[in-house]
Write a protein that binds this ligand. Sequence first.
Ligand code: FES
Length: 156
Amino acid sequence: MKLDLDALRALIATHADTPGGLMPALHAVQAAIGHVPPEVVPLLADTFNLSRAEVHGVVTFYHHFRQTPPGLHQIEVCRAESCQAMGSDALEAHVEHKLGCKHHDKSADGRWSLEPVYCLGLCAMSPAIAIDGQPHARMTPEKFDRLVAALGDGAQ
Ligand code: FES
């Protein structure tokens, strides 16, 4: 997919006069195209009067920001306290095995991105995950397998 740098420049410019506008601009870019590609770093640096190294430092500091396009489906597994107490470590291991990728990574076939999340607000129904932004509570490996199969994308 070819980047529309003019559109991204215009999007970033909407945050130019916002105090601390870099972070909202980064969120806006990722919301628009799914990641923060290296090509936008100079645009951000120019807009916020920062060096490219400073912008790159912010992008790489926060795991939330992806530098490459995400997978077709995005899976988030809650790693916060309540979910950990209810077995999210074992669930996470199952999810990683099922999808063939680790946290902050994408499966080789590009179908899945896996990210940690720290509380989905479903603590009373832990463990919780989200699939493409849709939260799912009381998750089990079997339930996860059914949800993934229902997407029809053929995870093994
Ligand atoms: S701790 Fe996992 S949903 Fe709150």
